[in-house]
Design a protein around this ligand. Sequence first.
Ligand code: ING
Length: 334
Amino acid sequence: MARRVKIAAAQLGPLNRSDSRAAAVKRLIALMREAHARGARFVVFPELALTTFFPRWWIADQDEVDRRYFETAMPSPDTQALFDEGRRLGIGYYLGYAEIADVHGRLRRFNTAILVGPDGSIVGKYRKVHLPGHAEHKPQAAFQHLEKKYFEVGDLGFRVWRYLDTITGMLICNDRRWPEAFRVLALQGAEIVALGFNTPTENLHYPEPPALRVHHHLIMAQSMAFQNATWLVETAKCGVEDGFRMFGHSLIVAPSGEIAAKSTTEDDEVICFDCDIDLAQNLKRTMFDFAAHRRPEHYRLIVERVGAEVTPANEPRQPHAGETASGAGVSSRV
Ligand code: ING
C-alpha cells in the first residue's frame, strides 16, 4: 500500500517592515487552516516567515536588529498561537525564522527552519548553511543582501528526520543552488525535502532579466528532485515588500522532476498535492541506486577544493598542502 502524504506549500505575500509578528502569525494561521481544510497533513511555510526580508536593509544597531527581527524563543508569545492551532488541527509544518541561540554561553544568530509535528513538538531544526550576499554595507546598491552580516553559517549540518511516516529533510533558499546540499540529504534517505525561500526579483550585481531568475529557480527544483529521487516542496515569501519585489513560483515537485503544483500569485496562496511517497522507489532502485552507481573515489575534489582552480591534466602542478598528491583524485594516466 503506497504511503501518501498530502502536502501544502503555504506561500506568504509581502511582509513590510511595518507588519507586526502578530499580523504575520495571523496570516500563517489562515493559510494553515486552508491547507488543513484541503486535507493537507504537512504545511511548508517560507524562509523568515515572521518578518520582512530584513537582510535587504543595512541596520547598524545590532540591538535593533535583534529586537525587531530575531526570535529568542520558539514558540514565543507571538508564535504560540500558531503552535496551538497546529496542535488543534493535528497538522505538521516547516517554519522559517531568524533565531538567536545561546550556544555554550555565546549568542549566535542563524537563519533557521524547524519541523513541527502534529502534536506541536519541534521534531527537527536546520540552520542555513549557504549564506548568499555580503557582510559589508553597499550604499550605492539599490538594496542590500546582508545574510553574511546578520547570520552565521549553520552549525547543524544537513540532516533528515523520521516524520509523518516519511524521511524528511530541510533546506533554506540559497541551499537550492548547491547540489551538494540535496545529495547529503538523499544519502541519508530523504524522501521529502522542505525548503522555504525569499528570492529578490532583481539581481543585486548586474541587470539580469527577471524571467531568467525564475527559469533558474524552476530548473534547479526539477533537477534536484529528480537527481535525488525526492519530493521537493519550495515555498516563497514574495510580492513587493516596502517597494522591493520577490518572486513567487512556490512549487511541489515529484521525484520524477515533474512540477506537481505551482503557485500563480505573489500573495498568500496555498497549493496542495497528494504525494505518493513510494513513487521514488523505482528510481532509487535503478537509475539513482546510489550504492550501485556512485563512485566517491573520483569525487574527492568536491570536498577538498572550495573555489575552482584551473588544473589541466596536461600541465603538472604542485598539490596544495593537505590535498592528495594526484590533485583531481585520478591517476596521471593520459
Ligand atoms: N535569496 C536568494 C536565493 O538564493 C540569491 C539570494 C538570489 C543569491 C540569486 C544569488 C542569486 O534565492 C536567499 N534568501 O538566499
